[in-house]
Design a protein around this ligand. Structure first.
Ligand code: ADP
Length: 473
């Protein structure tokens, strides 16, 4: 079975969030169970050196009134024979940070068209025959529609939703760039204004199957109160057309056990595993606190995108409590400039206990996962969340909102702590409670060991994806 996985990022070549981790690790797990799985992503200038791809050819795409050339580069995921293709086009695909929503939408419509043409190119060059395309998030969610209308017979498409709050919403003019005839797009004129397009919504309607990244998020998004308003109609519409048997399935993400392994992590001051974690974590923590000029104290951290979703404003409100409890708090993240500012301000207010590293810093993330005692995850919603899984593998106990994949991956009071989401007083109370558990040494040790022993590898979930692919072909 030949599966082409596509999305906007792939670790370690280019990563800004959890999707990058998934794109860089799920294919390797699928390969182990005999799915020939390859990846295709845009070739941004930032990743070219790291990817070190070999040019294997080129093809052309008719986009708007231009013929655009696409260069094809081939490389592999590190330590694997898993092929990654990079599609290169200077004017449109070389930069990810395009400003303006329509620019981004046009960019990924172009990439989606390029992926469909690329599949034909692979086939006609006798390189590889694709049986199924696995699209991820809005960036590649036009592929099912393009596939249905432009390829005969169409290849089945799976759309995995990693986050419903990013939908690719913008001008419907993008369909002209793709040369859709009116009758081909008439299905699009629905509840939203005819001038607008919701790309993720289109993907939900046109994909052969739709999945998301945790069983609990799959349930939550079918309830109106949990869902993101605009997309709810699409989910309902799909349910009405496809019925119960084709409902959205939730498969929990895994993490790459080679990339996230405290026993082999070269970035750590001291490596450790479940048998010697006390010595190891103490050494790493000592080293990191010294780097930050913080005193040896129980240490909480936050790692992630600084987006409203992540509930950082709640952390800012409980910082005083953490300081009063004589603990440290270290933030690592970047994103929304207003949230970044608030985080910097709170760090300035409590210089003895709080630090804020406002940046994307892979190396520091490893050190922080290993050195912290607790990681705070007060997300308002969380489709899956990988940070709790990585933290647990590094012996750091998660304190998380009871939502989405956090609920699926943490067992309250056993390997982490869950609190009622959006409830500040509950978060405050849970923080106090965790520190009292830490003082009860035996109980705390058992929690850390349980967390470290938990299996968040891709093995189980890769089997579920394979089964899903088999049903679709
Ligand atoms: P999301 O996909 O919503 O961003 P996840 O928890 O699924 O959240 O995944 C986040 C991934 O991105 C994790 O691998 C985390 O370590 C990484 N990450 C997020 N922000 C940063 C940062 N500022 N520096 C380094 N790594 C980061």
């Amino acid at each position: 079975m030949n599966v082409l996985i596509t999305g906007y990022e792939v670790s370690p070549f280019f990563k800004r969030g959890g999707l990058g981790d998934v794109m860089g690790s799920l294919p390797k797990a699928l390969k182990k169970i005999n799915v020939d799985c390859r990846v295709v992503v845009p070739c941004y200038v930032e990743m070219q050196e790291k990817a070190n791809g070999k040019r294997i050819g080129e093809f052309h795409v008719h986009f708007g009134d231009k013929e655009e050339e696409i260069g094809v580069y081939k490389s592999h995921l590190p330590d694997s024979d898993c092929v990654v293709y990079f599609l290169s086009n200077r004017p449109i695909l070389s930069h990810i940070n395009l400003r303006g929503r329509n620019k981004k939408i046009d960019q990924f419509a172009f990439f989606s068209l390029a992926v469909v043409r690329f599949i034909a190119w692979l086939n006609s060059n006798k390189q590889w025959e694709v049986d199924l395309v696995h699209c991820n998030d809005w960036h590649t969610a036009l592929i099912p529609l393009i596939m249905k209308n432009k390829i005969k017979p169409p290849i089945p498409t799976l759309l995995t939703i990693h986050n419903l709050s990013y939908q690719g919403f913008g001008s419907r003019k993008v369909l002209d760039l793709l040369h859709f005839k009116n009758e081909e797009t008439k299905e699009l004129k629905r509840e939203i204004s005819a001038k607008e397009i919701d790309i993720l919504g289109e993907g939900i309607l046109h994909a052969t199957k739709v999945s998301t990244v945790s069983p609990n998020y799959a349930l939550e998004i079918m309830k109106e109160e949990h869902c993101h308003k605009e997309i709810y109609t699409y989910l309902r519409k799909r349910e009405a057309v496809f019925g119960e048997k084709d409902k959205i399935i939730g498969i929990l993400n895994g993490i790459d056990y080679d990339a996230w392994n405290p026993a082999k992590d070269e970035l750590l001051f001291h490596k450790f595993d479940v048998n010697n974690w006390e010595v190891g974590k103490k050494a790493v923590k000592g080293n990191l606190l010294k780097f930050f000029s913080l005193k040896p104290k129980p240490t909480f951290c936050f790692i992630g995108r600084m987006a409203v979703q992540k509930g950082i404003e709640m952390l800012i409100k409980v910082t005083k409590t953490i300081v009063q409890l004589d603990a440290n708090l270290i933030f690592l993240g970047s994103g929304d400039p207003n949230i970044e500012k608030s985080v910097k301000r709170i760090a300035q207010k409590y210089p003895d206990n709080v630090r804020a590293e406002v940046a994307y810093n892979e190396e520091l993330s490893h050190k922080l996962y290993a050195a912290s005692d607790f990681i705070l995850i007060p997300s308002h919603f969380e489709p899956c969340g990988l940070i709790q899984m990585v933290a647990m593998r590094y012996g750091t106990i998660p304190i998380a909102a009871k939502t989405g994949g956090l609920k699926d991956s943490i067992v309250n009071e056993k390997d982490g702590f869950l609190f009622e989401k959006d409830k500040l007083t509950r978060l405050r109370r849970t923080i106090k409670h965790t520190l009292s558990v830490k003082k009860d040494n035996d109980r705390y040790k058992k929690m850390v060991q349980r967390a470290m022993r938990k299996d968040f590898s891709w093995d189980k979930s890769a089997v579920l994806y394979k089964k899903l692919y088999e049903e679709m072909i």
